[in-house]
Design a protein. Structure first.
Length: 254
């Protein structure tokens, strides 16, 4: 099976410091891959390369077999790659439903105007509401986004990614900054998306119980380099990982 995402010797250096060093990955379709590693391992920098926020010094990125190394972030989004950030990115003065509906319209290439078909507008709203059900926010559809708890804003951001028909989701610490009480609902949302079986998910996350529960496989980075890759059980039993990551050299920064 051809990988949906592949990196070949992906490398980026800043003023002589190599932040991501010759990373080669193959991610099959509909796979859940978590990327872990201690502070400074290069996880978010790798995501910035995958999403087009940064351009590599060396190497290439392929999405569905096509080289996208030099494509801009918007073009990657149109091809089916969606990225969430550690900081939420929603429209605070719009309702939850309006945020998702605008994403649905954007994906359809439609801008709302007063002469548009009301039935088509209703169709967008219905799709948006269905997505809010997926992320467990349907009860908040009329709330302004600015009034949501932080964890609810993360769920809203995920719904907006789904609205864009993203085949590949790059989720950068979806539990960052949220309360302990909100973590289980984020876990439930990610599990629901995984169980639908039509998305490939790359996750950066520090909460190891979540990583072990959700992941089909785990890749470990250390000092910008590939350290290990395997099933959750393989990673937990890997002595190199235990020494470099699970053995106490880890903190909660990216």
């Amino acid at each position: 099976m051809e990988p949906i995402l592949e990196t070949r010797e992906l490398t980026i250096a800043f003023d002589g410091h190599v932040a991501v060093n010759s990373i080669s990955l193959k991610v099959p379709p509909r796979h859940f891959l978590s990327i872990i590693g201690p502070n400074g391992a290069g996880k978010t920098t790798l995501f910035n390369l995958l999403s087009g926020e940064l351009q590599p010094t060396h190497g290439s990125i392929l999405f569905k077999g096509a080289d996208i190394t030099r494509l801009s972030p918007p073009l990657r989004t149109r091809k089916g790659m969606g990225r969430s950030f550690q900081i939420t990115n929603v429209f605070p003065n719009l309702t939850v439903l309006e945020n998702v509906r605008l994403a649905v319209q954007s994906c359809a290439g439609v801008r709302f105007n007063f002469f548009s078909s009301l039935s088509r507008f209703k169709q967008f709203e219905e799709e948006a509401y269905h997505l809010l059900q997926t992320v467990l926010l349907d009860g908040k559809h009329n709330s302004l986004a600015q009034h949501l708890a932080h964890g609810e804003k993360r769920k809203l951001e995920i719904a907006m990614l789904l609205a864009l028909k993203s085949e590949l989701l790059l989720l950068d610490e979806p539990t960052a900054g949220i309360s302990i009480e909100e973590v289980p609902t984020i876990l439930d949302v990610l599990r629901r998306i995984k169980e639908q079986g039509d998305k490939t998910i790359l996750l950066i996350e520090h909460k190891m119980d979540m990583v072990l529960d959700l992941s089909d496989s785990i890749t470990v980075l250390f000092n910008g380099k590939f350290l290990a890759n395997g099933s959750p059980q393989d990673i937990m039993n890997n002595e190199l990982v235990q020494s470099a990551y699970l053995g106490g050299h880890y903190d909660d920064a990216s």
